[in-house]
Design a protein. Structure first.
Length: 738
């Protein structure tokens, strides 16, 4: 392949570096770029940057160029190679008008002095036009602009859903084992699968961060690889750059600015430099940098909630009864005059399965015996008893399907023989003093639900006492027998609901069963007995917007809720901070990585020294390469009239005032005017609550305050509920509860 070779003698200064521009040395002879048609390229080579450039030797060294730009349709008049990180670009102007040409161009630039390699841009292939050829009819030239990048893949591909629980949610409603997706692995694999198989991350601040089913969610459906990057590493300020790999490209994820101090690196001797412009950039360093991460998750179990409440809280027993899933207890007796009510309860798997309630009191009896009024007082005898058992749907533990209610009552005539009735729990075991049993019965209720989950029908069936009897009822009081049940009938009460649409329901109640009617003797006209007659008395259906009950079918999972506490930290730049404060919110960043990532973010915006210099030969130091002047940000090589001039821009941290590692760290403080809290226990005017005031990165734990939140509305939240609050006139007031 023909090459263009130019020789000239370098007449630059000797000794110390200079910061002023110099006139390029004169060139002996003339160089010509040869045009070549595209040729097929094979093989693969790993890109290596140029070696350190030697200093000019005594006596004018002979400078030899190898400048090849081949594949264009006409003679190359001038060209420029530029690499700014995100893509590499070639602009070439050739003689002639070539509006329809779409060439592939091969570029190889090299310079030597005295047989020593000064700099080299290894062979680069450009086969993608960034725009149509630009014609200059007056000069009869055509300018071609080429660009090598992954933009067409990064922005032109639409991803499918890559989050597993979006495709197959975990069937366990309790999510005891949650699906997780490591962000680093998903982003890396996606870019390798769809953009560049050789994609690498120079630094990985999200190596320990994950999306978690039911907590930290995300979806990749119908977004581009670039959008995936922007939503993850891009949220931290990282960028996607390209670097040569053989004659092609490799995609690299990196920080746009240096984030660490690096010593050494290739050295470009000052005597070769035509221009040099150092510049300090200070004003971008924020005074304070606040970094917010993913919420800290605490699984609020009943045991943990009770620990937060504390046994010394007066509401502790009530909270314990409300949150413990399985237990028996009884309420403190509730006296009312001479009558006292006792109640016992049993909970199983979070549902109330049995309840007993009975009353004990004094019964005062007055009767006339032998024509004389008599009275008697029975103290502490049972006056009523009710026991309720409820069975629940095993497929929907909160939904009742059957209920049994047993009731008993006793009569206390003047001459009564007192007996004993044993109450056997729940929560209470006690013998009761009772009179003559007047009534006992069992009422049952069954529930039927629609396929949509709401209550469709409710049927209650139970006995109704209609009459009692007594042996020797007309004898003297001391000769009468006990009062016994004589006749009882069964009664059924029904309710049905039907959805009419538009939020309207048809509710149809009704009552049916038996009733007793007297039978009269036709001859005497006297009632001689009673007979049971069936009767149905349905109520008229009515349309209402009141929906029937429906239930959450999630089983009791042992966790009341996930408590999500915000996390963050604040970095102080001290005297080095000259810019505006910055807030960065990364809702998926592992809280344990807050300080490490925060310092990276601060370093990327720290004081830096940016140096631009030019040399009279091609260089191969591309963005990301470390030189003695810092990390290369941009490389431009201009080719014109047989000369090559490289301009390099480097940046490095400037620690003249302070280093980023010296920045102070303090806890993040939450907004004092509003927030979220977990209710611990009720109070007369509100609730005692756990209020999060910030996050301590030193302990990796939230900062909490035990505070009172006032209720202005009548909603009745319970222990463990989440409250939203606002500071109003110096008091925290709840705005809602859920």
């Amino acid at each position: 392949m023909p090459l263009s070779v130019l020789q000239r003698r370098y007449r630059g200064p000797r000794g110390s570096a200079t910061f002023t521009a110099q006139r390029p040395p004169s060139v002996w002879g003339q160089a010509t770029f040869f045009a070549h048609r595209p040729v097929p390229l094979t093989g693969h080579a790993t890109f290596r940057a140029s070696r350190p450039t030697p200093a000019p030797q005594a006596g004018s060294p002979l400078l030899e160029y190898t400048l090849e730009v081949s594949g264009l349709p006409g003679e190359v008049l001038r060209a420029e190679y530029r690499h700014g990180g995100q893509y590499e670009e070639l602009t070439a102007t050739v003689g002639g008008l070539w509006p329809l040409e779409m060439p592939s161009v091969l570029v190889h630039l090299k310079a030597e002095a005295g047989g020593v390699l000064l700099g080299e841009l290894p062979q680069r292939l450009f086969d993608g036009l960034a725009q149509e050829p630009e014609l200059d009819t007056a000069e009869a030239t055509t300018t071609f602009t080429f660009r090598n990048s992954f933009d067409h893949l990064l922005r032109g591909i639409r991803l499918g859903e890559l989050i597993p629980w979006k495709l197959a949610p975990t069937p366990d409603p309790c999510l005891r084992v949650r699906q997780r997706v490591n962000i680093s692995q998903l982003v890396t694999q996606t870019l390798r699968d769809h953009v560049d198989f050789f994609f690498v991350l120079e630094d990985d601040p999200l190596v320990s961060s994950s999306w978690v089913e039911g907590r930290v969610d995300f979806s990749t459906l119908n977004i581009t690889p670039q959008a995936l990057w922007d939503a993850t590493y891009g949220a931290l300020g990282m960028v996607l750059h390209v670097q040569p790999r053989g004659q092609g490209l490799q995609l690299v994820g990196r920080w746009p600015q240096p984030t660490e101090e690096v010593t050494g690196g290739a050295r470009i001797d000052a005597d070769w430099r035509l221009t040099e412009l150092p510049q300090r950039q200070w004003w971008q360093t924020p005074t304070r940098l606040t970094v917010r991460g993913a919420d800290h998750v605490t699984e609020l179990t009943p045991a943990l909630l009770l620990e937060w409440v504390g046994e010394d809280d007066p509401a502790y027993p009530e909270v314990m009864r409300a949150v413990l899933p399985t237990q028996e207890w009884y309420d403190e007796p509730a006296p009312n005059g001479t009558t006292t009510v006792y109640r016992g309860f049993n909970k199983l798997n979070g549902q109330l399965t049995r309840q007993v309630e009975f009353t004990v009191g004094d019964v005062f009896v007055k009767e006339t015996i032998d024509g004389k009024p008599k009275s008697k007082l029975f103290r502490d005898v049972a006056t009523g008893y009710k026991s309720t058992e409820t069975h629940y749907d095993p497929d929907c533990p909160a939904r009742p399907v059957y209920q049994r209610v047993e009731t008993r009552s006793w009569a206390y005539p003047y001459h009564v023989t007192l007996g004993t009735f044993q109450v056997l729990g729940p929560g209470i075991i006690r013998p009761l003093t009772v009179g003559e049993e007047a009534e006992s019965g069992v009422t049952t209720t069954t529930y039927r639900y629609s396929p949509q989950g709401h209550l469709a029908a409710e049927t209650t069936t139970g006995p109704v006492l209609m009459s009692v009897q007594q042996e020797n009822a007309e004898a003297e009081a001391d000769e009468r027998g006990p009062i016994e049940r004589r006749e009882a009938v069964m009664r059924t009460v029904t309710q049905t609901w039907a959805y009419l649409g538009g939020g309207r329901w048809q509710h149809t109640p009704g009552t049916s069963g038996q009733t007793l009617v007297p039978v009269y003797d036709k001859d005497t006209g006297e009632a001689v007995r009673t007979v049971a007659v069936t009767r149905s008395t349905p109520d008229a259906p009515r349309v209402t917007d009141q929906a029937p009950p429906s239930y959450d079918c999630k089983p009791f999972c042992g966790v009341l809720r996930d408590v999500l506490d915000p996390t963050g930290l604040v970095l102080h730049s001290g005297d080095a901070g000259l810019g505006e404060e910055r807030d960065v919110n990364v809702p998926f960043l592992d809280p344990a990585a807050l300080e490490r990532v925060g310092r990276k973010l601060l370093s990327s915006e720290w004081h830096r020294l940016v140096t631009s210099f030019s040399v009279p030969f091609p260089l191969g130091y591309l963005p990301g390469t470390w030189l003695e002047d810092g990390r290369v940000q941009e490389l431009t090589i201009a080719l014109e009239e047989g000369e090559a001039t490289s301009t390099v821009t480097c940046a490095r941290l400037d620690t003249t005032l302070l280093a980023p590692s010296a920045a102070g760290v303090e806890p993040w403080r939450a907004d004092p005017n509003s927030g979220r809290a977990i209710m611990l226990a009720g109070r007369a005017n509100g609730a005692r609550a756990r209020v999060v005031t910030g996050w301590d990165p030193a302990t990796n734990q939230p900062l909490v305050d035990d505070a009172l939140i006032v209720f202005r509305t009548g909603f009745p939240p319970g222990a463990g509920d989440e409250l939203d609050w606002q500071l109003i006139r110096g008091r925290r007031e709840a705005t809602n509860a859920r």
